[in-house]
Design a protein around this ligand. Sequence first.
Ligand code: NQM
Length: 352
Amino acid sequence: MSAEHGIPVMVLRGGSSKGAYFLAEDLPADPAERDDLILRLMGSPDARQIDGLGGGHPLTSKVAIVSPSSTPDADVDYLFLQVVPDRPVVSDAQTCGNLLAGVGPFAIERGLVAATGEVTPVRIRIVNPVPNLVTAHLETPGGRVRYDGDAEMAGAPFPAAPIRLEFPGDGRSAFPTGRLVDRFDGLDVTCVDAGMPVVLLRAGDLALAGDESPADLEADAALRERLERVRLEAGTAMGLGDVADRTVPKLSICSPARHGGLVTTRTFIPHRVHEAIGVLGAVSVVTGVLTEGTVVFDAAAGGGPYLVEHPTGAFEAELALAGTGAATSLASSTVVRTARKLLDGRTWPRTA
Ligand code: NQM
């Protein structure tokens, strides 16, 4: 690590997001020093992040920090940091299933994991709350990561090689308030967390159709203010404390599917509207829709795979639940993402 010689970085598209990937050994070990450096590398606080690597939107202002795993059941540890573009905030309160797609390729490229044949399984420990193990299966013909391929994914315009992500269940209740319905700011909502804390709301309760564009939703100041009131109350009820400066919980506005899927979503993450939907965000939405008694329960849901419709298409998830009512937990889920190496080099932080 050196101000003079720059800091090694790899930029990858991971799923429908883009981020800067670092080895932990190339960054300060102290979290406060590390976060200060990351703000300067990414160009925050500045809505455009013009003086750094960030792209001016939460989906392109993300950091993955990877290290050899501290536990024998994983190959690597993955710490995710969400950098808020226009505020000096770096949050480790959530993980990111989209950047997760790039962790396996990065680990192999940096020599932390050896490719073992046509397909290499990489066991990844998610460090952010709640810790969990994930296995990523990626194509590695000839001992090298293959990026090109035919897998299509809504939220990314071009096909690439598929990466299958398998999440085991951890037995945790997916309803952190202990209730299937809570009432905040006069609205009945469901607080769910099957990997990502999300508040589920019905579009009709907000006088919305549910298929509005992200731009129209972001332009509605009264809606944004109301959702933030709901979010602050929900954060406390979900055990997340004061979430004013945290990027969770997200809010997914749900309405009936338009294109044969399970549900239509528009997701605030939490102040901008997602162009698609997050990976674990989608798994959390499906968990809510499948659990009887939530505000978005759909008795006609049937078996998977489940399609979560969003502004740029649909997200497909395989998923199994265990238990009933507020004790329902995720038994397992599998999603397919793609990732692509965009740049491998060095980066220089601003000094002030
Ligand atoms: O929910 C955006 C993304 C995400 C998070 C967000 C994600 C997930 O699309 O697992 O991937 O919800 O802030 O990158």
